[in-house]
Design a protein around this ligand. Structure first.
Ligand SMILES: [Mn+2]
Length: 302
C-alpha cells in the first residue's frame, strides 16, 4: 500500500510537511482529473492541480475551531499518477483505489475531474461497505440520465451510474433536471431511496425542513459525500465550472449543511468535482480549497 500510495512531500493539499505521511494521516487526497465526456466548457482535468495550488494559500487557523485542526488528522496527497486511457478503465481504476483506501481505514478525498468519476468511486465504496451506504449529493443537476448523447458513462449520468450501488441518496441544490430523468426520480422517490431538494427549497425557504429530513433519511448507514461545485450559486462559482446554473447555494448555507451533516452522519469519504479553473479567476479555486479544509475540520475536529 505504502509504495502505491505515497505522498507528494511538502507540496500536497494544504502543504503540511509535518502531517502528510500516508501511514499516520487519516485523510488521503486523490487527484483524479478525469475529463472524458464534458459537453459544455472544457478544462476540469486541471481541477486537482488548481485546488491543491489554491490550498497552499488557505489559512490553517480555522476561525470556527480557533485552532489549526489539521494536526488532529493529517492529510497525505497521492503523487499524480497516469489515469487509465479508456473512460471505463479509468472508472475501474478509481473504484479499486477507493476500495483500497477505505479498507486501509483512510478517509479518501477525491478531486475531480468531471462528475462521472462517481461511476468509479461509488462502486469502490460499495466494495468496502458491503452492508450498504448512503450518498449525500450537492449539485445543480440531478445527473440521473440513463445516458447522455448516447453515452451511459456521461457526467450527466454520474448518479444514475451510482444508483445500483447505494442504499439511499439525498440531492441538494438541484436547479436543472430533464425529461429523461423524471421517471428515474419518480421511481427512486417512490421506493424511498431518493430525496431531492431544489435550490429554491433551500435558498428560498420553500422547504424549511430540508436539513432535518436529509439527516433523518441518511443516518442509518455510512455516508459518502459527492460535491459538484456547481451546487454554488453562479455569483460564487462564476464560469469556473462546466455547466453553471443560477440560483444555487451560498457559502454560509453550505457550511451550515456540512456542519450538521458531519455532526449527525457518519461520513466516510468525499469527492469534489467539476471545478474548471480559469486563469486570472482564482476566487473559485480558493473557495473550493477552503471548503474542503473546513469540511475536514468539521468532520474530524467536531
Ligand atoms: Mn452539476
Amino acid at each position: 500500500m505504502a509504495t502505491r500510495f505515497t505522498d507528494t512531500g511538502s507540496r500536497g493539499f494544504l502543504n503540511l510537511p509535518d502531517h502528510n505521511d500516508y501511514r499516520t494521516s487519516k485523510v488521503v487526497v486523490v487527484p483524479f482529473g478525469l475529463e472524458k465526456s464534458v459537453t459544455f466548457a472544457r478544462g476540469t482535468a486541471k481541477g486537482p492541480d488548481a485546488i491543491i495550488a489554491a490550498s497552499h494559500e488557505v489559512e490553517l487557523y480555522d476561525m470556527l475551531f480557533k485552532s489549526e485542526p489539521y494536526a488532529q488528522y493529517g492529510v497525505a496527497t497521492l503523487k499524480k499518477f497516469p489515469l487509465a486511457k479508456s473512460h471505463k478503465a479509468a472508472l475501474a481504476q478509481l473504484r479499486d483505489m477507493t476500495a483500497a483506501l477505505l479498507k486501509d481505514k483512510k478517509f479518501p478525498v477525491i478531486l475531480g475531474g468531471e462528475h462521472s468519476i462517481s461511476g468509479g468511486s461509488v462502486p469502490g465504496v460499495a466494495k468496502a461497505f458491503p452492508k450498504g451506504f448512503n450518498v449525500l449529493h450537492f449539485d445543480a443537476h440531478s445527473d440521473l440520465r440513463p445516458e447522455f448523447e448516447g453515452n451511459p458513462l456521461s457526467h450527466a449520468s454520474a448518479l444514475h451510474l451510482s444508483l445500483p450501488y447505494l442504499h439511499r441518496i439525498v440531492q441538494l441544490g438541484i436547479r436543472n433536471t430533464s425529461t429523461a430523468e423524471a421517471p428515474v426520480i419518480r421511481k427512486a422517490t417512490a421506493q424511498k431511496r431518493l430525496k431531492l431538494f431544489t435550490g429554491e427549497d433551500i435558498m428560498h425557504g420553500k422547504k424549511p425542513t430540508f436539513l432535518k429530513e436529509t439527516l433523518a433519511f441518511l443516518k442509518d448507514k455510512p455516508v459518502y459525500l459527492t460535491f459538484d461545485v456547481d451546487a454554488f450559486d453562479t455569483s460564487l462559482i462564476g464560469s469556473s465550472t462546466g455547466t453553471p446554473e443560477p440560483g444555487g447555494l451560498g457559502w454560509y448555507e453550505t457550511l451550515d449543511i456540512l456542519c450538521a451533516a458531519t455532526k449527525h452522519l457518519n461520513i466516510i469519504g468525499a469527492e469534489f468535482v467539476e471545478l474548471l479553473p480559469k486563469q486570472g479567476q482564482h476566487a473559485p479555486d480558493f473557495m473550493v480549497a477552503k471548503l474542503i479544509y473546513w469540511f475536514l475540520n468539521l468532520r474530524f475536529a467536531h
